[in-house]
Design a binder for this molecule. Structure first.
Ligand code: HEC
Length: 133
């Protein structure tokens, strides 16, 4: 009888510990998720080829509307005026280039270029805004 009670106690203790450990793990995991969220979604790495290709692409496909120096006279299209209607972080700019801006001349480029080239394009257009790092 005493043995059965001890066994029961041991099981309860084990369960309590398990709950405590998994609780701690859950907290640690949600903290990690929070940190990832603060930085925004992961952005693809760009190879040197993709960075070079993005330079060419900017000249041939983007500068027509956004100007060679990124400072289009049309405010919504200027990268140099410090206004980022769709967000200025790298993940946000990647998203704008990938999906475009529906209802405007800004078309989606997600299917035309690799993720690495789009990341390089996002970094390039951000350099026109001297206030961004
Ligand atoms: C046919 C014209 C046109 C072309 C070509 C074009 N864009 Fe745009 N783009 C626009 C317009 C118009 C807007 C403003 C949309 C709006 O009203 O929010 C815009 C907005 C943007 C924005 C958002 C700026 C902000 O304030 O948040 C980014 C980033 C961008 N374009 C990148 C590019 C890149 C990179 C290319 C080339 C791959 C490109 N665009 C080619 C017309 C164009």
């Amino acid at each position: 009888m005493a043995n059965a009670r001890n066994a029961q106690r041991a099981v309860l203790l084990a369960l309590t510990m398990l709950t405590a450990v998994s609780g701690t793990l859950a907290v640690a995991q949600s903290k990690k998720a929070g940190a990832a969220k603060a930085k925004g979604p992961a952005v693809a790495k760009s190879t040197p080829e993709e960075i070079a290709s993005a330079e060419e692409t900017y000249k041939t496909k983007c500068s027509i509307c956004h100007a060679a120096d990124g400072n289009s006279p049309i405010p919504n299209m200027s990268f140099a005026d410090g206004e980022w209607r769709h967000g200025a972080t790298v993940p946000e700019v990647v998203k704008t280039i990938t999906n475009g801006v529906p209802g405007t001349a800004m078309m989606p480029f997600g299917t035309q270029f690799s993720a690495g080239e789009i990341a390089a394009l996002a970094r390039k257009v951000r350099t026109f805004d001297k206030k961004l790092k």
